[in-house]
Every structure is written in structure tokens, then in C-alpha cells.
Design a protein around this ligand. Structure first.
Ligand SMILES: [Zn+2]
Length: 171
């Protein structure tokens, strides 16, 4: 997938989602066909729901990848996708004959580029996507650093290397 087209309505919906969850990070999935996004799936951020201070109370499966991070990295972590929401979205994507294209999340205070933690988690997940029969998605970050001017950028994260994804908003 070299180029990704996101309709204005879905673009706006991601910004609304990011603003609703601010100061927590929002997260979700985009899916479609032939390089054009047609569906958005909001996924609950379990960090936003439970509060970051309660992360240690999560069950081992959910917290597994958190355990591999240093305490400083864990403090920086701000989104963990709810697995039930994720599997519901995954089923719908399959039933509609769509392709998973993007994992998005917001940075309420930081620029639209992957954090060290984002890169680490994306690198861990690189092995997981094929096992659950999904392609490696692009990562899209919605920055609300300038609250009135949201900045959205997409990236590929492969082998620990970050490259810009070409994303066009269709009006
Ligand atoms: Zn991030």
C-alpha cells in the first residue's frame, strides 16, 4: 500500500474523537479497499478508561507488552486498545470484505510523530499482525498540540524504522 486516501468525513471524525478523549489519547482503526478508507472503528483506550495509575491491575494478557517497557516508558504510554472492541472491529472488517489499513491514536500534547514507546510497541506487533491474518497497518497520529489546528500524519513502522506514509484527504 503506497498511498492512502481518507475521506474528509473520516478525517474529521478522528479529530472529534481525539478532542473527546483529550487529555487522554484516543485510538481506533481505519479500513477500506484499494487504498481508500471507507470505515472508522473507535476502539476504547483502556488506559483512558481505567486511569494510567491502575495499569498494574490489568490482567497479564492485556498488560503483557507493558511489562517489557521501562517504568519511564510505561508512564509515557497512553493508549492500550481494548481487545474486545478490537476483535469486534476485526470481525466487521472481515465480514464487509475490507482491509485493515490504519491504527490511529492521538497525541494531546505532543507532535504528530511516533514516540519511542509507539515505535517499540509497533515493532512488537509486527510479528503479531500476520499471526492474526492482518496486514501491517500504517500508523496515524492526530496531534492536538495546537488545539485549534490538529495535525494528522501517517507513518510506516517496520523493523524499528519510521517512514512517512503518503496520505491524502479527499474532500
Ligand atoms: Zn503515540
Amino acid at each position: 500500500m503506497s498511498n492512502l486516501i481518507i475521506p474528509q468525513a473520516i478525517h474529521d471524525d478522528m479529530v472529534i474523537h481525539a478532542r473527546e478523549l483529550d487529555p487522554y489519547e484516543c485510538c481506533g482503526l481505519l479500513a477500506g479497499t484499494n487504498g481508500t478508507v471507507t470505515h472508522i472503528y473507535r476502539i476504547k483506550n483502556i488506559v483512558a478508561l481505567e486511569g494510567a495509575e491502575k495499569l498494574s491491575s490489568f490482567d497479564p494478557a492485556k498488560a503483557e507488552h507493558l511489562g517489557r517497557l521501562s517504568p519511564a516508558e510505561r508512564a509515557e504510554i497512553a493508549f492500550v486498545m481494548d481487545m474486545q472492541d478490537f476483535s469486534t472491529a476485526k470481525k466487521d472488517i472481515r465480514n464487509k470484505g475490507l482491509v485493515l489499513q490504519v491504527v490511529y491514536h492521538s497525541h494531546p500534547h505532543d507532535p504528530a510523530r511516533p514516540s519511542i514507546t509507539d515505535i517499540k510497541i509497533a515493532t512488537d506487533y509486527e510479528e503479531i499482525w500476520p499471526k492474526i491474518n492482518l496486514p501491517i497497518p500504517a500508523y496515524l497520529i492526530i496531534s492536538l498540540m495546537e488545539k485549534s489546528k490538529p495535525d494528522i500524519r501517517g507513518f510506516w513502522i517496520k523493523g524499528g524504522t519510521v517512514t512517512l506514509a503518503h496520505i491524502t484527504t479527499a474532500t
